[in-house]
Design a protein around this ligand. Structure first.
Ligand SMILES: [Zn+2]
Length: 388
């Protein structure tokens, strides 16, 4: 989940794959042209689909005013096949298409469980538009309790978008989700947080901006509407080659408002965190006028700059955090310390900047490159877009 880590991983993957990067640029150019031709966020394609009497994703065929469940079936290829459960709630009236995608990291349980419990909270007979919910993308990770990766091909599903129908299981899976869900959505929320080694003590939404003013403004509006106090700003220029390697970038490329949500602490699921996640989803549907729900209560967001330097382990060993998420720290403050496998101290981990501790590595296991903590600068307001 850790945002800085994910941004970095995405950049590394895109840098090591020139062909894929060129394909993304080509696709991005087409989508930019499409986006600029549109007068509003709701694409004609999505609007047309939302107007249909049925809405189909995988084997789920929802008639207007009903919810249908089914599977996105990923056929076997160079490795085994898999199925991804999906629910489609096709509202009684036309409206936007919203996609809730969770569990690309299959042991980030909080939001996976929240998506399950969200389903009965949306009444299709009172809904305008269509809600697509995938509670758990990475089923192999969930059932095998493998954090961060899909054990079938040892890939992070987060970084293999837009997928490849001829690739390994992760790539084949996200290719289908991209085609059947992301390309049709006006709003995409990607849920993370609280993996087995991650203490996201400061739950957050993140507004993922691409540099298109209208699109970005809608993204920020909906991130605020979600209602979690801390809102990170993640800037991914639509012109950058790696933007499409993640689902939030694919959402941007297809003209959707793109939001990332991070909630959860080291694999635990609390009712409070689940409620926070569900309420935010309903708040967004309310802000889109898809359901009748009072506007999110006014609050003062704490804006955080997600483009902060990484704090990562230099090698294998043992880590202990000495600060809790939510603490304001200054540059040089000690965040934790490391030891060798005999327990002898090997060093302190200090903050490279002034800011808010939003995340700490929640277990002693440490390997080179793992993110040990995340400290983000607090911003006075939503920054004006500039190319990062
Ligand atoms: Zn994650």
């Amino acid at each position: 989940m850790n945002v800085a880590e994910l941004i970095n991983a995405t950049q590394q993957q895109s840098q090591s794959c020139g062909i894929a990067a060129r394909e993304v640029v080509s696709k991005m150019t087409r989508n930019l042209a499409l986006a600029s031709a549109l007068a509003c966020l709701i694409s004609p394609l999505a609007a047309q689909q939302a107007d249909q009497s049925t809405f189909t994703v995988g084997t789920a065929v929802a008639r207007r005013g009903t919810m249908a469940t089914g599977q996105i079936v990923v056929p076997a290829g160079s490795d085994s096949g898999m199925s991804i459960s999906v629910a489609v709630i096709h509202g009684a009236r036309p409206g936007p298409v919203v996609a809730f995608i969770s569990g690309q990291h299959g042991t980030e349980y909080t939001t996976i469980i929240a998506m399950q419990r969200l389903l009965p909270r949306i009444d299709p007979t009172k809904l305008a538009g269509t809600v697509i919910v995938i509670p758990l993308v990475n089923t192999p990770s969930f059932v095998s309790m493998t954090p961060a990766r899909n054990p079938t091909d040892n890939k992070s599903m987060l970084g293999v978008w837009p997928g490849d129908s001829n690739g390994t299981q992760s790539s084949r899976a996200v290719a289908l989700i991209n085609k059947q869900v992301i390309e049709r959505a006006n709003v995409v929320l990607d849920f993370h947080g609280g993996d087995l080694d991650e203490d996201v003590g400061v739950p957050f939404t993140a507004a993922v901006r691409g540099g298109n003013a209208k699109q970005d403004s809608e993204t920020v509006r909906l991130a605020v509407a979600y209602g979690i106090t801390h809102i990170q700003i993640i800037d991914r220029p639509l012109t950058s080659p790696g933007v499409g390697r993640r689902v939030d970038g694919q959402a941007l490329l297809h003209g959707a408002a793109s939001i990332l949500v991070g909630v959860g602490r080291v694999g635990t699921v609390t009712d409070a965190d689940v409620k926070l996640t569900i309420d935010g989803c309903l708040n967004v549907l309310g802000a889109l006028k898809m359901i009748d729900r009072p506007a999110t209560a006014a609050y003062t967001p704490v804006w955080l700059d997600a483009a902060a330097p990484r704090i990562s382990a230099q090698g294998p060993g043992v880590f202990f955090a000495t600060v809790a998420p939510g603490k304001m720290v200054q540059k040089g403050d000690v965040l934790g310390y490391t030891t060798d496998f005999l327990g002898l101290k090997t060093g302190d981990i200090t903050s490279p900047i002034d800011g808010l501790v939003v995340y700490v590595h929640g277990v002693p296991s440490m390997r080179r490159g793992v993110s040990l903590a995340e400290v983000l600068p607090v911003l006075p307001a939503v920054p004006i877009w500039k190319v990062p």
